[in-house]
Design a protein around this ligand. Structure first.
Ligand SMILES: [Zn+2]
Length: 294
């Protein structure tokens, strides 16, 4: 297992008023790529995840990003696929029962795969459905609707797996905040139905807590389907994206589970902020529990 951190790349050059639901502020150090790479170097992290509004990005921007990563001696271990919060009304929901929406979503993500291919990431992380940022954290209990979404998601992933195979990139389906298809067991069903070696799962520890499932037990159930981790902490209610050990995630049992299933992917920190000095103790604890290869 390797350690990584998620970066918010080149948002400042994208004319979009909202990123992850907050106003775009070029002075925000969380949005400054150079500053984030400096932090990665300070804490000795070699793997990063690129989270960027790729549906608006250009090959030239990707080349510039690659140069910045090379100069900082880090690699893009993973890339996050576009998801609707970046673009109000965007048609990028791969499990939409509406075929036109689904086709547009597959096309958007396929284009993103081609765009980031020069970065040679191991995995592309994608959401099974449009995030319900606006209408609260309501679980969808309608079985017929869930069934339709499951079928649609399987179909989209089969198409995308063929596309990503050509670029040697794996797909990792992430458990999201409560909405449709947020339960890890729903995603296990989908990945088993897709049954392609380059389609697996991303466990988001914070989202699991909010969905009311234990991250360690979930790792055991996911087993070899697990390709990637989004690691962050919270208190089980709000998606706080805290640094590990600052919330209620049972990290010890999670790491025991990761070692038990011989997880070889990247333990990607998806935290709202990181600071080499302030998080020194938590980083040391993390490295001790994870015994990361790099
Ligand atoms: Zn995540």
């Amino acid at each position: 297992m390797k350690l990584g951190i998620l970066l918010n790349a080149f948002y400042t050059s994208i004319p979009n008023p909202h990123v992850r639901g907050r106003p775009l502020d070029p002075a925000d150090p969380n949005l400054n790529l150079a500053d984030q790479l400096t932090v990665a170097q300070e804490i000795g992290i070699k793997n990063v995840e690129i989270q960027a509004p790729l549906q608006h990005a250009t090959p030239k921007q990707i080349q510039a990003l690659k140069q910045a990563l090379d100069a900082a001696d880090v690699r893009a271990g993973s890339v996050h696929a576009p998801f609707p919060v970046y673009d109000e009304g965007a048609m990028d929901d791969i499990s939409s029962p509406d075929e036109a929406v689904r086709d547009a979503a597959v096309a958007t993500i396929a284009a993103a795969i081609d765009l980031v291919a020069p970065l040679q990431p191991d995995a592309l992380v994608l959401h099974p459905c449009g995030a319900r940022m606006g209408d609260g954290l309501q679980l969808d209990q309608d079985e017929t609707r869930l069934q339709a979404r499951t079928e649609a998601c399987v179909e989209s992933l089969v198409r995308l797996s063929e596309h990503s195979q050509a670029q040697a990139i794996s797909l990792a389906l992430e458990n999201t905040l409560p909405g449709d298809l947020e339960q890890p067991d729903d995603l296990i069903t989908i990945v088993d139905r897709v049954a392609r070696p380059n389609v697996g799962l991303c466990l988001d520890t914070g989202h699991a807590m909010i969905a009311g499932v234990d991250p360690g037990e979930t790792v055991h159930r996911m087993g070899s389907r697990l390709r990637h981790i989004h690691a962050h902490d919270n208190h089980g209610v709000v998606d706080e994206h805290l640094f590990p050990f600052l919330g209620d995630v049972p990290w010890r049992s999670l790491f025991d589970a990761l070692h038990a299933v011989a997880f070889e992917g990247i333990f990607m920190l998806e935290v709202a902020s990181i600071n080499a000095a302030a998080n020194r103790d938590q980083l040391a604890q993390l490295r001790e529990m994870g015994s990361f290869m790099e």
